[in-house]
Design a protein around this ligand. Structure first.
Ligand code: PLP
Length: 393
């Protein structure tokens, strides 16, 4: 069995945390994530050494599935300058959990969120001229400075102000005593493909904005542009800070980008076998009977399913007793069935690895991503809130 004894149970879901805290032993868990904090810390140290610049640890979407609060703690204790989230509610959650470092909301914040943001000392991305008076009014109301980063649209086709508007925002906000103009930034659309010309084109537009801002004496302290992919492939995009998401979790942004030596994944996904039985030849397995036993077959039941983020795609494999075994039949909401003929001694209570290492075998996030027709990001962000996160290291 998996050794839980040195792990803390830190859970992202309040009600689940309450219920699990009342359980006498972790051995009652169905499936869980074991997350190595020291891997995250070492990845962040390595990335800071490599770039020699400030790092924003991007921990949106529940810390890419790793747990937002714990990732914030590890990131700040590893020396990052900022933690980045996507939404104001994520930032507030961090403040409510007692996180005190600089937090930036990278996405859109509606004006009615300004008071709460500034009162909690949360930095906002702003790209809309209409919001200037609202920003100043909110800062006055709560008696705190508005911490602002101007977002420039340079070719992502998503959020951001065109260059002229960005410069106008700098002029309007840069001279306001209610505002602490902390930064200006943009975001790359194609950095995960180093051969795409779009990144250089975006970088050029952004660099011109920065040049004009500098000439007007309005250059904020923090100019930032690079996500993980740009950080690892284009040093010219580092500016004053890099925004690192996927790489801090030890995963590559795409097949085209090699992670530097030493970065390693932190997350393992495990489950506890709930049933093992022998079924006669011709038995249908799971919804739709898409798998029919060819002989007498040993079938195991594992309490994980698409309700936990294990995708309903045929052909996945898991590890049992250090061997890769196939998932058979449809993935259910709460269960999968696995074929155990190669592991005759498999039994109830055995540890089943869905992501990670067991013996000499490993199932990588990348392997599941390929099989599920998606990217590393979606596999880990899809790990649902009901899966307990256990931390060690
Ligand atoms: C999510 C996000 C990042 C991090 O991207 P990775 O590819 O995970 O490094 C950086 N900047 C912005 C604006 C983002 O939304």
């Amino acid at each position: 069995m998996f050794d839980y004894t040195r792990m803390e149970r830190v859970l992202s879901s309040g009600s689940l945390a309450h219920i699990l805290a009342g359980m006498q032993t972790n051995n009652t868990l169905s499936n869980w994530l074991a997350i190595d904090r020291s891997a995250i810390a070492e990845n962040l140290h390595l990335l800071q050494d490599l770039t020699k610049t400030r790092v924003m640890a991007v921990i949106k979407a529940n810390g890419y599935g790793h747990g937002i609060v714990e990732m914030a703690r590890v990131a700040f204790s590893s020396g990052v300058a900022f933690c980045g989230v996507s939404r104001l509610e994520e930032a507030i959650m961090l403040r409510q959990a007692g996180i005190e470092g600089s937090i930036m909301v990278l996405g859109y914040t509606p004006a009615y969120g300004f008071d709460q943001a500034f009162a909690n000392d949360i930095s906002l991305a702003i790209f809309n001229l209409e919001y200037v008076p609202e920003i100043i009014a909110a800062a006055k109301r709560v008696g705190r400075k508005a911490r602002i980063h101007i977002k420039v649209e340079t070719g992502m086709g998503r959020l951001g102000a065109p260059p002229e508007v960005a410069l106008e925002l700098l002029r309007l906000l840069g001279h306001s005593p209610e505002v602490r103009l902390e930064g200006i930034f943009t975001h790359f659309a194609c950095a995960d493909d180093p051969s795409a010309p779009a990144t250089a084109a975006q970088e050029k537009i952004f660099a011109e904005v920065i040049r004009d801002a500098t000439a007007a004496d309005l250059r904020p302290e923090l100019v930032h542009a690079a996500n993980s992919a740009a950080t690892l492939t284009r040093a010219s995009t580092h500016f004053d800070m890099v925004r690192i998401g996927i790489a801090m979790y030890g995963l590559a942004p795409s097949d085209a980008i090699q992670l530097p030596q030493g970065l390693r994944p932190a997350l393992t996904w495990k489950a506890q076998m709930s049933m093992v039985h022998s079924l006669p030849q011709g038995s249908g397995i799971s919804y739709g009977h898409t798998y029919i036993t060819k002989n007498v077959e040993r079938i195991g039941v594992v309490p994980v399913g698409y309700g936990d983020g294990y995708r309903r795609v045929d052909g996945s494999e898991v590890l049992v007793s250090g061997r890769k075994v196939p998932v058979v039949g449809r993935v259910c909401m709460d269960e999968i069935m696995i074929q155990l003929d190669q592991v005759p001694d498999a039994k109830v209570g055995d540890e089943v690895v869905l992501i990670g290492k067991q013996g000499d075998e490993t199932i990588k996030v990348k392997g599941l991503a390929d099989l599920w027709g998606t990217i590393n990001y979606e596999v880990i962000c899809g790990l649902s809130a009901r899966v307990p996160r256990l931390y060690y290291g």
